[in-house]
Design a protein around this ligand. Structure first.
Ligand code: F0G
Length: 393
C-alpha cells in the first residue's frame, strides 16, 4: 500500500521501507518524512481538475489506499483584500484542517488492519480522529489536557464515541502518554502529527492554494506542535520538484506569547526551540510547550526564508473579532495568523505581497473564547418591535 514511498529520517538522513507502523526513525529516533521513490506518473493540474475538489483529488501524491473520506479539503479561499486571502479550514467535516491528515492516516490504518487509534490533543485532533475512526469502524482513545479543551471539540469527541482520558498538565504530557502506550505491541495506532502520514494529507492545503491563485508570496499560519507548517511547506516543495509550480512562498509561523518555544528561539537566532513546561494562552489549540515537529518546522523556516512572530492573547482576541466582523468565524488559534499578519505587515510583509492566511479551525469550536454582550431584552412582541425600531432608526 506504500510501495511508492520511502521514509527518510530528517535527523540522520537514513531511508527505510515505508510501513504504517514506522513512526520515528528506527536508527536514531528522529522524525520521518515520506518521499517518493520515483516521480509519480502523469500528474498535472488538468488531471487533478477533472476530479472533485478536495484531498483525494491529489491521489497520485498520497498513499494508494481505499479512502475513508467525508469530502475533506476543497475549503474556501476567501479574499479579504487586494492581496490577502484566508483559507477557511473551518469548512472541513469536523471544522478544522486536521481532517485533511486524518482522512489519509485513518485510511492507511484501516488498510493495515488497525482496530484502535489514539491521540493526544488540544481538541481538534481528537474531534477529527474520533469522527474518522468511527467512520472506519475503529475504536478511538483520546488523551486530553484536563480543563483546557474547548467545549465544541470535547463535544465532538464525545459524540463520535471516543474514550476520553484526561491528564494533569499541558498537551505535551498527554503526548508523552500516547508515545508510551502506542505501537505495534499494544495495537494502538498513534494519530498525532508525529505520524508522517497525517502530514501527507495536510500538505494538500498547499496544492489547493497553488491551484486556485498560484503561489503566494507568504503563507501565514498558527504554530502549535509544528506539524502543519511542516506539511504545507512539504506540499509546496514537492509541487516544485514535480514541476507543478516554479517558485516557492515564504512561511510565516505565529505563536501565542505564552506558548512560543519556536518563535522565541527563532527571534534569538537559535536553531533549536526554547521549550516551556507551562504553556498558557487563550488559544488553547496551540497551548503547547514542547512541539515535537520542531526540526521540520525549523527546516521549513530556513528553506523558505521564513519568519516567526509572537502575538499576545489580546492581539489574538482583537484579530478574532476583526475577522468576525468580516464574516469569517474562526477559533482563537486561527485568529493568531491574522494577528501575526497585522504585526508583520509593513515591517516584513510588503503591502504588494500576496498573502494567504490559514484559518485552521471554526469559531464554533470554542464558543467560550469571546464575550457575549447583554442582549436587548423585551417581554412582549410589542416591546421587541418598539425596541428594534428604536435601535435601527
Ligand atoms: N490551529 C488549530 C485550530 C489547531 O487545532 C492546531 C493544533 C494548530 C493550529 C497548530 O497546528 O500543531 O500542526 O502546529 N492542534 C492540535 C490538536 C495540537 O491536538 O488539535 P500544529
Amino acid at each position: 500500500m506504500l510501495e511508492e514511498y520511502q521514509l527518510r529520517c530528517v535527523k540522520c538522513g537514513r531511508t527505510f521501507a515505508a510501513d504504517p507502523w514506522t513512526i520515528v526513525c528506527p536508527h536514531c529516533g528522529g522524525l520521518l518524512e515520506p518521499v517518493f521513490r520515483r516521480r509519480p506518473l502523469a500528474i498535472s493540474w488538468p488531471l487533478f481538475r477533472t476530479r472533485r475538489f478536495g484531498v483525494w483529488r491529489y491521489r497520485e501524491l498520497l498513499p494508494r489506499v481505499q479512502p475513508v473520506t467525508m469530502g475533506e479539503g476543497g475549503t474556501p479561499l476567501i479574499q479579504l483584500g487586494d492581496n490577502l486571502w484566508i483559507k477557511f479550514e473551518g469548512s472541513n467535516p469536523t471544522g478544522s484542517f486536521k481532517d485533511r491528515g486524518m482522512t489519509v492516516a485513518v485510511s492507511l490504518a484501516r488498510a493495515a488492519g488497525v482496530s484502535s487509534v489514539i491521540c493526544a490533543s488540544t481538541g481538534n485532533t481528537s474531534a477529527s480522529m474520533s469522527a474518522y475512526a468511527s467512520r472506519a469502524g475503529m475504536r478511538s482513545f483520546v488523551v486530553l489536557p484536563k480543563g483546557k479543551v474547548a467545549r465544541g471539540k470535547l463535544a465532538q469527541a464525545v459524540l463520535h464515541g471516543a474514550t476520553i482520558v484526561e491528564v494533569d498538565g499541558p498537551f505535551d504530557i498527554a503526548l508523552d502518554v500516547v508515545m508510551r502506550v502506542s505501537g505495534r505491541e499494544s495495537g494502538l495506532y498513534p494519530m498525532n502529527s508525529i505520524n508522517p502520514w497525517r502530514l501527507e494529507g495536510q500538505k494538500t492545503l498547499a496544492f489547493e492554494i497553488a491551484d486556485e491563485i498560484g503561489v503566494p508570496d507568504w503563507v501565514v499560519l498558527p504554530v502549535g506542535n509544528a506539524g502543519n507548517i511542516s506539511a504545507i511547506w512539504k506540499g509546496f516543495r514537492e509541487m516544485r520538484e514535480l514541476g507543478l509550480i516554479d517558485r516557492l512562498p515564504r512561511m510565516a509561523g505565529v505563536q501565542a506569547e505564552g506558548a512560543s518555544p519556536i518563535a522565541k528561539a527563532f527571534k534569538e537566532g537559535m536553531s533549536e526551540p526554547l521549550f516551556t513546561d507551562e504553556p498558557e494562552t487563550v488559544a488553547t489549540a496551540i497551548r503547547i510547550g514542547r512541539p515535537v515537529n520542531w526540526p521540520k518546522a525549523f527546516r521549513a523556516l530556513r528553506e523558505s526564508d521564513g519568519i516567526m512572530e509572537v502575538v499576545s492573547d489580546e492581539e489574538i482576541r482583537e484579530a478574532q473579532l476583526a475577522l468576525g466582523r468580516m464574516g469569517v468565524g474562526v477559533e482563537p488559534a486561527s485568529a493568531a495568523s491574522y494577528a501575526g499578519y497585522r504585526k508583520l505587515l509593513e515591517r516584513v510583509i510588503s503591502p504588494d505581497d500576496r498573502v494567504v492566511l490559514v484559518a485552521t479551525g471554526h469559531a464554533l469550536k470554542d464558543p467560550d473564547a469571546f464575550p457575549f454582550p447583554e442582549p436587548v431584552r423585551a417581554s412582549s412582541v410589542e416591546e421587541a418591535v418598539e425596541r428594534i425600531r428604536g435601535l435601527s432608526s
